[in-house]
Design a protein around this ligand. Structure first.
Ligand code: NAP
Length: 315
């Protein structure tokens, strides 16, 4: 079936884009690889999304987003888009897992980003056995025990604070002595009695045995001094990588692979729009993802209005 628009990804950007598109009267399919919500499903509390002054749990907000879309005739397609190409007829052909194909006149890519790996020895060996990228998912396994968090951005600070309420002690290991995370988190982290900051330090090795992680070896980059810290878990938050590998070759991206768009969320390929954390941008928030989704859908609607008159792609 040929849809007017296919939205890929059901996080805040994708759900908003689908909502705005369906309300504009076009046919929409929303491809979701996992449960709706995206990254907010692994966020404990969201404190900065307007309308929830007492904060809201990530899964609760995901449920509300999903419920908002439920009353509209959006085709929900469960699956993963593996590749995408533009055909001579100006339509996009999306190849999904299990050999399924979807066709669309316009596509809004909202597949977001995932946590980057640290690249330290032991990270892969102990992945799922002490090494985690999701405190909300795995924090409870370490109740009353000691853990480390690696990174100095908002994710590291937020998740360290979450863990500090469950575990005995949290070490935040950061490669510099200044943190990138917001001041409000820095202050809370410094005030928490069971958080120790291990600054100007890099992870040399994640150590353990058959039962999983038991220590992390760190080195102070200023003094050269090494230290082995006993921990049962290590949570890695060293930035994000875009999920953009399925996009056509001609999609312009930055050096890290994030998709370049203009202010209307148009990519370098006519008819292909991008919204949310997949984009090259500075602000990666639920609120900015929602704004991106609405902007992309509005641009896609106006593209669809002109679709019949558009020239075929020159490839
Ligand atoms: P981020 O802001 O890019 O921070 C990544 C951190 O990891 C930085 O402190 C960086 O150190 C460190 N790092 C990177 N590569 C490393 C390596 N190889 N070894 C050791 N440390 C390394 O990433 P993020 O915290 O995942 O956040 C991603 C985006 O989401 C950001 O825009 C963030 O503001 C946003 N976010 C917002 C909230 C919120 O506002 N509530 C919550 C979570 C995330 P340097 O500082 O030295 O570069």
């Amino acid at each position: 079936m040929l849809y007017d628009a296919v939205v890929i990804g059901a996080g805040p950007a994708g759900i908003t884009a689908a909502l705005y598109l369906v309300r504009s009267g076009v046919s929409v399919a929303l491809v979701e690889n996992a449960a709706p919500g995206g990254q907010i499903l692994s966020t404990a509390e969201i404190e900065n999304y307007p309308g929830f002054p007492k904060s809201i749990k990530g899964w609760e907000l995901a449920d509300l987003f999903d419920a908002h879309l439920a009353g509209y005739p959006v085709e929900r397609v469960r699956g993963q888009v593996l590749a995408m190409e533009q055909t001579g007829e100006k339509t996009f052909r999306l190849s999904l897992d299990e050999g399924r194909i979807l066709e669309a006149k316009a596509v809004v890519a909202c597949t977001g980003a995932h946590h980057r790996k640290l690249g330290a020895p032991g990270e892969d060996t102990f992945s799922g056995k002490g090494v985690s990228y999701c405190a909300v998912c795995d924090g409870n396994f370490y109740r009353g025990r000691d853990v480390a968090v690696v990174g100095g951005g908002n994710s590291a600070m937020e998740e360290a604070l979450y863990l500090s309420r469950i575990v005995n002690k949290v070490y935040i290991i950061h490669r510099r002595d200044a943190f990138r995370g917001a001041m409000v988190y820095q202050q809370k982290v410094r005030e928490a009695e069971n958080i120790e900051l291990v600054t100007s330090s890099v992870v040399d090795e994640i150590r353990g045995g058959s039962a999983g992680v038991d220590a992390v070896a760190v080195r102070n980059v200023k003094t050269g001094e090494s230290r082995v810290i006993s921990v049962d878990g290590i949570f890695i938050y060293v930035g994000m990588e875009p999920i953009s590998g399925y996009l056509p070759e001609g999609t312009n991206r930055d050096a890290a692979g994030f998709v370049l768009t203009d202010a209307e969320m148009c990519t370098s390929i006519p008819g292909l729009f991008a919204a949310g954390d997949i984009r090259a941008k500075r602000c990666r928030q639920v609120s900015s993802a929602v704004g991106d989704g609405a902007t992309a859908a509005t641009a896609a609607s106006s593209y669809l209005e002109q679709w019949e008159c558009l020239p075929a792609p020159s490839s």
